[in-house]
Design a binder for this molecule. Sequence first.
Ligand SMILES: [Zn+2]
Length: 205
Amino acid sequence: MAEKIFDLTLTGLLALDFANTVDWRTSEHPDELLNSYSDLIRWSQHTELLTVAQAQRISREAARRPAEADAVLDRAKQLRETLLRTFSATAARRQTEKTDLEFLNAKIREALPHLQIVPTADGFSWTWTDGEDRLDRMLWAVARAAGELLTDADALAQLRLCANEECGWLFVDTSRNKSRRWCKMEVCGNRVKARRHYEQVKSKR
Ligand SMILES: [Zn+2]
């Protein structure tokens, strides 16, 4: 079931996908998708941050070091909330919090020493090396992706908060006429339309 929820959260942008790991965030009943360190691993696999082999290895490590796994989950959520505040502010053309940027920069500084280029069949690619047993390695790519998004003026100009006021998800509007309002039409658009229809029927009575 959680896999299905994760499917819905995919915007194609890692930092936003991570920020969107609370469902119905701005409603009265937010639905946390990262309830355990295992959820964080499953999300990381789903978004291809970890291969199956890496996920298995890190799961075994987490089972041996449960307190550390819990601490990583806490840090992950701290990073997520930082990203959410920062991107929401940016989407609303508000200034971002200085402390949030400091926190994100600290995470980027932790991540970047692990980044290297490796040769591939047709050139080179970026890869995260060493620390195969590090329980927080998936956060490196999230922090870097957040930095890349914040420095991408074109993407930032299209950053939106879903128009469903109970949703709280962020997305980048790549539609041609820049008129997209919902994170996903099938999730929020239909729900809001259904409610509007219901209210109209109700008011006619
Ligand atoms: Zn939405």
